[in-house]
Design a binder for this molecule. Structure first.
Ligand code: ADP
Length: 437
Protein backbone atom coordinates (compact mmCIF):
# COMPACT_ATOMS: atom_id res chain seq x y z
CA UNK A 1 0.00 0.00 0.00
CA UNK A 2 1.05 3.58 -0.55
CA UNK A 3 2.33 5.60 2.34
CA UNK A 4 -0.20 8.40 2.02
CA UNK A 5 -2.14 10.88 4.08
CA UNK A 6 -4.80 8.34 4.97
CA UNK A 7 -2.25 5.86 6.32
CA UNK A 8 -0.55 8.61 8.32
CA UNK A 9 -3.85 9.78 9.80
CA UNK A 10 -4.59 6.21 10.81
CA UNK A 11 -1.22 6.01 12.55
CA UNK A 12 -1.93 9.27 14.37
CA UNK A 13 -5.04 7.78 15.96
CA UNK A 14 -2.87 5.57 18.13
CA UNK A 15 0.56 6.83 19.06
CA UNK A 16 2.34 4.94 21.81
CA UNK A 17 3.84 7.39 24.31
CA UNK A 18 5.49 7.10 27.69
CA UNK A 19 2.06 7.52 29.33
CA UNK A 20 0.32 5.01 27.09
CA UNK A 21 -1.46 5.21 23.72
CA UNK A 22 -2.68 8.66 22.66
CA UNK A 23 -5.08 9.67 19.86
CA UNK A 24 -3.41 12.74 18.35
CA UNK A 25 -6.28 13.24 15.88
CA UNK A 26 -9.04 13.34 18.50
CA UNK A 27 -6.82 15.42 20.76
CA UNK A 28 -6.45 18.07 18.04
CA UNK A 29 -2.65 17.76 18.05
CA UNK A 30 -2.31 16.33 14.56
CA UNK A 31 -2.88 19.12 12.00
CA UNK A 32 -1.72 18.06 8.56
CA UNK A 33 0.41 15.55 6.65
CA UNK A 34 1.99 15.33 3.23
CA UNK A 35 3.61 12.26 1.69
CA UNK A 36 5.32 11.39 -1.58
CA UNK A 37 7.63 8.48 -2.39
CA UNK A 38 7.99 7.60 1.30
CA UNK A 39 9.08 11.14 2.21
CA UNK A 40 6.65 12.41 4.81
CA UNK A 41 6.07 15.65 6.65
CA UNK A 42 3.64 16.04 9.50
CA UNK A 43 2.47 19.12 11.36
CA UNK A 44 1.51 19.01 15.04
CA UNK A 45 0.07 21.79 17.18
CA UNK A 46 2.25 22.94 20.02
CA UNK A 47 0.70 22.33 23.43
CA UNK A 48 -2.08 24.69 24.58
CA UNK A 49 0.00 26.26 27.31
CA UNK A 50 2.95 27.05 25.01
CA UNK A 51 3.14 30.60 23.76
CA UNK A 52 4.11 29.49 20.28
CA UNK A 53 6.81 32.10 19.93
CA UNK A 54 9.43 29.46 19.56
CA UNK A 55 11.09 30.59 22.77
CA UNK A 56 10.60 27.17 24.27
CA UNK A 57 12.79 26.10 27.13
CA UNK A 58 14.83 22.94 27.17
CA UNK A 59 12.14 20.89 28.91
CA UNK A 60 9.54 21.80 26.27
CA UNK A 61 12.01 21.03 23.48
CA UNK A 62 12.75 17.65 25.03
CA UNK A 63 9.02 16.91 25.20
CA UNK A 64 8.58 17.81 21.54
CA UNK A 65 11.53 15.63 20.57
CA UNK A 66 10.04 12.75 22.49
CA UNK A 67 6.62 13.19 20.91
CA UNK A 68 8.18 13.44 17.46
CA UNK A 69 9.96 10.15 18.13
CA UNK A 70 6.69 8.53 19.18
CA UNK A 71 5.05 9.82 15.98
CA UNK A 72 7.88 8.47 13.87
CA UNK A 73 7.58 5.02 15.41
CA UNK A 74 3.80 5.02 14.91
CA UNK A 75 4.05 5.97 11.23
CA UNK A 76 6.90 3.57 10.57
CA UNK A 77 5.08 0.67 12.21
CA UNK A 78 1.80 1.38 10.41
CA UNK A 79 3.65 1.74 7.09
CA UNK A 80 5.54 -1.51 7.57
CA UNK A 81 2.32 -3.27 8.49
CA UNK A 82 1.02 -2.26 5.06
CA UNK A 83 4.20 -3.14 3.16
CA UNK A 84 5.18 0.51 2.65
CA UNK A 85 8.46 2.20 3.54
CA UNK A 86 8.99 5.41 5.50
CA UNK A 87 12.17 6.88 4.00
CA UNK A 88 12.28 10.16 5.84
CA UNK A 89 10.06 12.13 8.18
CA UNK A 90 9.95 15.75 9.26
CA UNK A 91 7.72 16.58 12.21
CA UNK A 92 6.93 20.30 12.41
CA UNK A 93 5.41 21.93 15.48
CA UNK A 94 3.15 24.87 14.64
CA UNK A 95 1.83 27.66 16.85
CA UNK A 96 -1.80 28.73 16.97
CA UNK A 97 -0.97 31.36 14.36
CA UNK A 98 0.24 28.60 12.04
CA UNK A 99 3.92 29.50 12.36
CA UNK A 100 6.34 26.58 12.41
CA UNK A 101 8.30 26.95 15.64
CA UNK A 102 10.31 23.75 15.58
CA UNK A 103 11.10 20.87 13.27
CA UNK A 104 12.50 17.43 13.97
CA UNK A 105 13.90 15.33 11.14
CA UNK A 106 14.27 11.56 10.96
CA UNK A 107 16.24 9.95 8.18
CA UNK A 108 16.84 6.44 7.02
CA UNK A 109 14.94 3.59 5.62
CA UNK A 110 14.55 0.41 7.62
CA UNK A 111 14.26 -2.73 5.62
CA UNK A 112 13.07 -3.07 2.10
CA UNK A 113 9.32 -3.42 2.14
CA UNK A 114 7.82 -5.00 -0.94
CA UNK A 115 5.85 -2.64 -3.12
CA UNK A 116 7.33 0.51 -1.63
CA UNK A 117 8.96 1.60 -4.85
CA UNK A 118 5.61 1.65 -6.54
CA UNK A 119 4.30 4.32 -4.22
CA UNK A 120 5.44 7.33 -6.21
CA UNK A 121 7.87 6.17 -8.83
CA UNK A 122 5.23 4.25 -10.69
CA UNK A 123 3.45 7.16 -12.28
CA UNK A 124 6.50 8.52 -14.04
CA UNK A 125 7.45 5.20 -15.60
CA UNK A 126 4.77 5.68 -18.17
CA UNK A 127 6.26 9.01 -19.18
CA UNK A 128 8.68 6.98 -21.19
CA UNK A 129 11.55 9.30 -21.89
CA UNK A 130 10.82 10.04 -25.50
CA UNK A 131 10.12 13.67 -24.84
CA UNK A 132 6.82 13.38 -26.74
CA UNK A 133 4.65 11.37 -24.39
CA UNK A 134 1.09 12.40 -23.59
CA UNK A 135 0.38 13.99 -20.22
CA UNK A 136 1.52 11.31 -17.81
CA UNK A 137 -1.00 9.97 -15.30
CA UNK A 138 -0.87 11.22 -11.76
CA UNK A 139 0.78 8.98 -9.23
CA UNK A 140 -1.18 7.89 -6.18
CA UNK A 141 0.30 10.86 -4.35
CA UNK A 142 -1.29 13.33 -6.73
CA UNK A 143 2.01 14.30 -8.33
CA UNK A 144 1.87 14.46 -12.10
CA UNK A 145 5.42 13.81 -13.32
CA UNK A 146 6.99 16.35 -15.63
CA UNK A 147 6.42 15.36 -19.26
CA UNK A 148 9.07 13.34 -20.96
CA UNK A 149 11.19 12.64 -17.92
CA UNK A 150 12.01 9.27 -16.50
CA UNK A 151 10.68 8.73 -13.01
CA UNK A 152 13.28 8.94 -10.27
CA UNK A 153 14.10 5.35 -9.43
CA UNK A 154 13.93 4.06 -5.87
CA UNK A 155 17.73 4.39 -5.70
CA UNK A 156 17.44 8.10 -6.38
CA UNK A 157 15.13 8.48 -3.42
CA UNK A 158 17.91 7.67 -0.97
CA UNK A 159 19.00 10.89 0.75
CA UNK A 160 22.55 10.51 -0.53
CA UNK A 161 22.92 13.62 -2.65
CA UNK A 162 23.48 13.70 -6.38
CA UNK A 163 26.12 11.66 -8.15
CA UNK A 164 28.91 13.82 -9.54
CA UNK A 165 27.90 16.93 -7.59
CA UNK A 166 30.39 18.22 -5.02
CA UNK A 167 28.55 20.81 -2.94
CA UNK A 168 24.87 21.61 -2.90
CA UNK A 169 24.22 25.09 -1.59
CA UNK A 170 20.67 26.31 -1.02
CA UNK A 171 19.79 29.99 -1.24
CA UNK A 172 16.77 30.84 0.88
CA UNK A 173 14.98 33.84 2.32
CA UNK A 174 12.31 34.48 4.90
CA UNK A 175 10.14 36.34 2.41
CA UNK A 176 9.87 37.09 -1.30
CA UNK A 177 11.31 40.07 -3.13
CA UNK A 178 14.47 40.45 -1.03
CA UNK A 179 16.77 39.40 -3.88
CA UNK A 180 17.13 35.68 -3.25
CA UNK A 181 17.19 34.75 -6.94
CA UNK A 182 19.51 37.66 -7.68
CA UNK A 183 21.96 36.35 -5.09
CA UNK A 184 21.62 32.74 -6.31
CA UNK A 185 22.35 33.76 -9.92
CA UNK A 186 25.31 35.96 -9.04
CA UNK A 187 26.78 33.38 -6.67
CA UNK A 188 26.57 30.78 -9.42
CA UNK A 189 28.10 33.03 -12.07
CA UNK A 190 30.72 34.33 -9.62
CA UNK A 191 31.81 30.80 -8.71
CA UNK A 192 31.95 29.83 -12.40
CA UNK A 193 34.15 32.86 -13.13
CA UNK A 194 36.65 31.40 -10.63
CA UNK A 195 36.85 28.25 -12.73
CA UNK A 196 34.42 26.05 -10.83
CA UNK A 197 31.87 23.83 -12.58
CA UNK A 198 28.56 25.23 -11.41
CA UNK A 199 24.91 24.26 -11.78
CA UNK A 200 21.96 26.45 -10.86
CA UNK A 201 18.60 24.93 -10.07
CA UNK A 202 15.55 27.16 -9.95
CA UNK A 203 13.83 25.46 -7.02
CA UNK A 204 11.43 28.41 -6.73
CA UNK A 205 8.76 26.35 -8.45
CA UNK A 206 6.01 28.78 -7.42
CA UNK A 207 7.63 31.83 -9.02
CA UNK A 208 10.59 30.89 -11.18
CA UNK A 209 12.61 33.94 -12.19
CA UNK A 210 15.64 32.33 -13.82
CA UNK A 211 14.20 32.40 -17.37
CA UNK A 212 14.34 36.20 -17.19
CA UNK A 213 17.47 36.61 -15.08
CA UNK A 214 19.49 34.25 -17.29
CA UNK A 215 17.95 35.39 -20.57
CA UNK A 216 16.54 31.98 -21.48
CA UNK A 217 13.59 33.47 -23.38
CA UNK A 218 14.25 32.15 -26.88
CA UNK A 219 15.81 28.85 -25.82
CA UNK A 220 13.85 25.60 -25.68
CA UNK A 221 14.17 23.02 -22.95
CA UNK A 222 15.77 19.88 -24.35
CA UNK A 223 14.92 16.46 -22.95
CA UNK A 224 17.30 13.72 -24.01
CA UNK A 225 16.99 10.09 -23.03
CA UNK A 226 14.39 11.00 -20.45
CA UNK A 227 16.62 13.56 -18.75
CA UNK A 228 16.58 17.34 -18.74
CA UNK A 229 19.54 18.92 -20.46
CA UNK A 230 20.49 22.05 -18.52
CA UNK A 231 20.91 25.36 -20.36
CA UNK A 232 24.57 26.25 -20.74
CA UNK A 233 24.59 30.01 -20.24
CA UNK A 234 26.96 32.57 -18.65
CA UNK A 235 29.42 29.77 -17.83
CA UNK A 236 26.94 27.76 -15.74
CA UNK A 237 24.39 24.97 -16.26
CA UNK A 238 20.87 25.98 -15.35
CA UNK A 239 17.50 24.29 -15.03
CA UNK A 240 14.19 25.97 -14.27
CA UNK A 241 10.62 24.79 -14.25
CA UNK A 242 9.86 28.19 -15.76
CA UNK A 243 10.88 26.78 -19.16
CA UNK A 244 8.43 23.88 -18.87
CA UNK A 245 5.24 25.70 -17.95
CA UNK A 246 3.14 28.52 -19.33
CA UNK A 247 4.75 31.68 -17.92
CA UNK A 248 1.35 33.39 -17.73
CA UNK A 249 -0.28 30.73 -15.56
CA UNK A 250 0.09 30.67 -11.79
CA UNK A 251 1.93 27.63 -10.48
CA UNK A 252 -0.10 26.03 -7.74
CA UNK A 253 1.51 22.99 -6.22
CA UNK A 254 0.18 21.00 -3.30
CA UNK A 255 2.72 19.40 -0.94
CA UNK A 256 3.26 16.06 -2.72
CA UNK A 257 3.20 17.69 -6.16
CA UNK A 258 5.85 20.20 -5.11
CA UNK A 259 7.89 17.36 -3.66
CA UNK A 260 7.69 15.38 -6.91
CA UNK A 261 8.46 18.35 -9.15
CA UNK A 262 11.51 19.36 -7.13
CA UNK A 263 12.79 15.80 -7.00
CA UNK A 264 12.44 15.44 -10.74
CA UNK A 265 14.26 18.69 -11.43
CA UNK A 266 17.18 17.66 -9.23
CA UNK A 267 17.42 13.97 -10.04
CA UNK A 268 16.35 13.90 -13.67
CA UNK A 269 18.76 16.52 -14.95
CA UNK A 270 22.00 15.60 -16.71
CA UNK A 271 24.15 17.79 -14.48
CA UNK A 272 27.39 15.98 -15.27
CA UNK A 273 30.27 16.71 -12.90
CA UNK A 274 29.69 19.81 -10.81
CA UNK A 275 31.74 21.44 -8.08
CA UNK A 276 28.71 23.39 -6.89
CA UNK A 277 24.98 23.14 -7.38
CA UNK A 278 23.24 26.31 -6.25
CA UNK A 279 19.55 25.82 -5.44
CA UNK A 280 17.29 28.86 -5.49
CA UNK A 281 14.54 27.93 -3.01
CA UNK A 282 11.07 29.45 -2.75
CA UNK A 283 10.79 32.06 0.03
CA UNK A 284 9.91 30.81 3.49
CA UNK A 285 10.22 27.27 4.73
CA UNK A 286 7.59 25.38 2.79
CA UNK A 287 7.38 22.05 1.03
CA UNK A 288 10.39 22.49 -1.25
CA UNK A 289 12.76 23.24 1.63
CA UNK A 290 11.48 20.13 3.41
CA UNK A 291 11.93 17.99 0.30
CA UNK A 292 15.44 19.30 -0.18
CA UNK A 293 16.32 18.54 3.43
CA UNK A 294 14.98 15.02 3.02
CA UNK A 295 16.38 14.12 -0.39
CA UNK A 296 19.70 15.94 -0.75
CA UNK A 297 22.79 16.31 1.37
CA UNK A 298 23.42 20.04 1.34
CA UNK A 299 26.71 21.59 2.32
CA UNK A 300 24.62 24.42 3.67
CA UNK A 301 22.27 27.30 3.08
CA UNK A 302 22.76 30.99 2.40
CA UNK A 303 20.05 33.28 3.78
CA UNK A 304 19.29 36.49 1.90
CA UNK A 305 17.84 39.37 3.84
CA UNK A 306 17.35 43.11 3.43
CA UNK A 307 18.49 45.39 6.24
CA UNK A 308 15.07 46.28 7.65
CA UNK A 309 13.88 44.87 10.95
CA UNK A 310 10.71 43.38 9.41
CA UNK A 311 12.74 41.33 6.95
CA UNK A 312 15.04 40.06 9.67
CA UNK A 313 12.37 38.36 11.73
CA UNK A 314 11.36 36.16 8.80
CA UNK A 315 14.98 35.48 7.95
CA UNK A 316 15.70 34.38 11.52
CA UNK A 317 12.81 31.92 11.29
CA UNK A 318 14.12 30.57 7.98
CA UNK A 319 17.64 30.20 9.39
CA UNK A 320 16.40 28.37 12.48
CA UNK A 321 14.33 26.07 10.31
CA UNK A 322 17.34 25.14 8.16
CA UNK A 323 19.34 24.39 11.28
CA UNK A 324 16.57 22.20 12.71
CA UNK A 325 16.41 20.32 9.43
CA UNK A 326 20.11 19.57 9.76
CA UNK A 327 21.26 22.08 7.13
CA UNK A 328 24.15 24.34 8.17
CA UNK A 329 23.60 28.05 7.66
CA UNK A 330 26.74 29.08 5.77
CA UNK A 331 25.91 32.73 6.18
CA UNK A 332 23.65 35.72 5.68
CA UNK A 333 23.84 38.10 2.70
CA UNK A 334 22.44 41.59 3.10
CA UNK A 335 20.92 42.55 -0.23
CA UNK A 336 19.87 46.12 -1.00
CA UNK A 337 22.29 47.06 1.73
CA UNK A 338 22.52 50.66 0.50
CA UNK A 339 21.81 52.53 -2.72
CA UNK A 340 24.53 53.77 -5.05
CA UNK A 341 23.41 56.36 -7.54
CA UNK A 342 24.93 56.77 -10.94
CA UNK A 343 26.83 59.66 -9.38
CA UNK A 344 28.63 57.11 -7.20
CA UNK A 345 27.16 58.51 -3.96
CA UNK A 346 26.01 55.99 -1.35
CA UNK A 347 22.63 56.37 0.33
CA UNK A 348 21.83 54.36 3.41
CA UNK A 349 18.11 54.04 2.76
CA UNK A 350 17.17 50.80 4.52
CA UNK A 351 19.57 50.93 7.46
CA UNK A 352 22.73 49.23 6.32
CA UNK A 353 24.09 46.62 8.71
CA UNK A 354 20.76 45.24 9.94
CA UNK A 355 21.38 41.80 8.48
CA UNK A 356 24.89 41.72 9.87
CA UNK A 357 23.49 42.30 13.36
CA UNK A 358 20.97 39.58 12.73
CA UNK A 359 23.75 37.18 11.70
CA UNK A 360 25.59 38.00 14.93
CA UNK A 361 22.42 37.38 16.92
CA UNK A 362 22.02 34.00 15.21
CA UNK A 363 25.68 33.15 15.61
CA UNK A 364 26.11 32.55 11.86
CA UNK A 365 28.63 34.11 9.46
CA UNK A 366 27.95 37.32 7.56
CA UNK A 367 28.81 37.00 3.87
CA UNK A 368 28.59 40.69 3.00
CA UNK A 369 26.25 43.27 1.59
CA UNK A 370 25.19 44.01 -1.98
CA UNK A 371 24.18 47.56 -2.89
CA UNK A 372 21.07 48.52 -4.83
CA UNK A 373 22.27 49.70 -8.20
CA UNK A 374 20.53 50.57 -11.43
CA UNK A 375 22.87 48.26 -13.31
CA UNK A 376 22.04 45.21 -11.21
CA UNK A 377 18.33 45.65 -11.84
CA UNK A 378 18.85 46.29 -15.56
CA UNK A 379 21.25 43.39 -16.03
CA UNK A 380 18.82 41.05 -14.24
CA UNK A 381 15.93 42.14 -16.44
CA UNK A 382 18.13 41.80 -19.52
CA UNK A 383 19.25 38.30 -18.51
CA UNK A 384 22.92 39.26 -18.45
CA UNK A 385 24.45 38.56 -15.01
CA UNK A 386 28.01 38.52 -16.42
CA UNK A 387 27.67 42.26 -16.88
CA UNK A 388 27.39 42.68 -13.09
CA UNK A 389 31.00 41.57 -12.83
CA UNK A 390 32.32 43.36 -15.89
CA UNK A 391 30.34 46.59 -16.15
CA UNK A 392 32.89 48.63 -14.21
CA UNK A 393 35.62 47.94 -16.77
CA UNK A 394 33.59 49.84 -19.34
CA UNK A 395 33.94 53.08 -17.39
CA UNK A 396 31.40 55.81 -18.04
CA UNK A 397 29.07 57.52 -15.62
CA UNK A 398 28.28 54.37 -13.69
CA UNK A 399 31.88 53.30 -13.22
CA UNK A 400 31.82 53.90 -9.46
CA UNK A 401 28.50 52.18 -8.75
CA UNK A 402 29.40 49.28 -11.06
CA UNK A 403 32.71 48.91 -9.29
CA UNK A 404 31.03 48.76 -5.87
CA UNK A 405 28.58 46.20 -7.22
CA UNK A 406 31.27 43.96 -8.73
CA UNK A 407 33.38 44.21 -5.60
CA UNK A 408 30.48 43.28 -3.34
CA UNK A 409 29.69 40.23 -5.48
CA UNK A 410 33.31 39.07 -5.54
CA UNK A 411 33.52 39.49 -1.75
CA UNK A 412 30.33 37.49 -1.31
CA UNK A 413 31.81 34.65 -3.41
CA UNK A 414 35.07 34.80 -1.39
CA UNK A 415 33.18 34.67 1.88
CA UNK A 416 31.05 31.75 0.73
CA UNK A 417 34.07 29.77 -0.45
CA UNK A 418 35.64 30.31 2.97
CA UNK A 419 32.53 29.03 4.72
CA UNK A 420 32.31 26.00 2.42
CA UNK A 421 35.90 25.08 3.36
CA UNK A 422 35.07 25.46 7.04
CA UNK A 423 31.94 23.35 6.65
CA UNK A 424 34.04 20.63 4.99
CA UNK A 425 36.49 20.77 7.90
CA UNK A 426 33.64 20.50 10.41
CA UNK A 427 32.50 17.35 8.67
CA UNK A 428 36.01 15.98 8.57
CA UNK A 429 36.05 15.98 4.78
CA UNK A 430 39.11 18.18 4.44
CA UNK A 431 42.44 18.32 6.19
CA UNK A 432 43.76 21.77 7.05
CA UNK A 433 46.98 22.62 5.26
CA UNK A 434 49.60 25.03 6.52
CA UNK A 435 51.31 27.02 3.80
CA UNK A 436 54.66 28.56 4.64
CA UNK A 437 56.07 31.04 2.19
P1 ADP B 1 13.38 37.19 -4.70
O1 ADP B 1 14.05 36.03 -5.38
O2 ADP B 1 13.80 37.34 -3.27
O3 ADP B 1 11.90 37.21 -4.86
P2 ADP B 1 14.58 38.75 -6.83
O4 ADP B 1 16.00 38.31 -6.79
O5 ADP B 1 13.69 38.16 -7.88
O6 ADP B 1 13.90 38.54 -5.39
O7 ADP B 1 14.59 40.34 -6.92
C1 ADP B 1 13.40 41.08 -7.06
C2 ADP B 1 13.66 42.26 -7.98
O8 ADP B 1 14.55 43.18 -7.37
C3 ADP B 1 14.28 41.87 -9.32
O9 ADP B 1 13.77 42.69 -10.32
C4 ADP B 1 15.75 42.18 -9.11
O10 ADP B 1 16.40 42.50 -10.33
C5 ADP B 1 15.70 43.38 -8.20
N1 ADP B 1 16.86 43.47 -7.31
C6 ADP B 1 17.22 42.55 -6.39
N2 ADP B 1 18.32 42.96 -5.74
C7 ADP B 1 18.67 44.15 -6.29
C8 ADP B 1 19.72 45.08 -6.04
N3 ADP B 1 20.64 44.87 -5.10
N4 ADP B 1 19.78 46.21 -6.82
C9 ADP B 1 18.85 46.43 -7.76
N5 ADP B 1 17.84 45.63 -8.03
C10 ADP B 1 17.74 44.48 -7.30
Amino acid sequence: MTLDKELITRAMHRVETRVGPVDLVAGGVFVWASACDGFVSVKLNVAEDEDGTGAADEAVRAMRQELAGDVERAIRATAEGEGAVLRSLIVQFVSKAGVVVEAVKFDGEVGEAKGAASSGASGGGSAGGTGHSPVPPKSADGHRPIRGLDAPGPHAAAPSGLAGVGHIIAVGAGKGGVGKSTVAVNLAVGLARRGHAVGLLDGDIYGPSLPTMLGLGSLDQVVHGGRLQPFAVHGIKAVTIGKMVDPEKPLIWRGPMAHGAFKQLTEQTSWGELDYLIVDLPPGTGDVALTMAQTLKCTGAVIVCTPQRVAQDDAVRAARMFQQLGIDVLGVVENMSYFVGDDGKEYDIFGRGGAEHMAQRLGVPYLGGIPITMSLRENSDAGDPTENFEGAARGGTRARSDELLARSLEEMVDALLGQVSLAALRRGAATPTLKIS
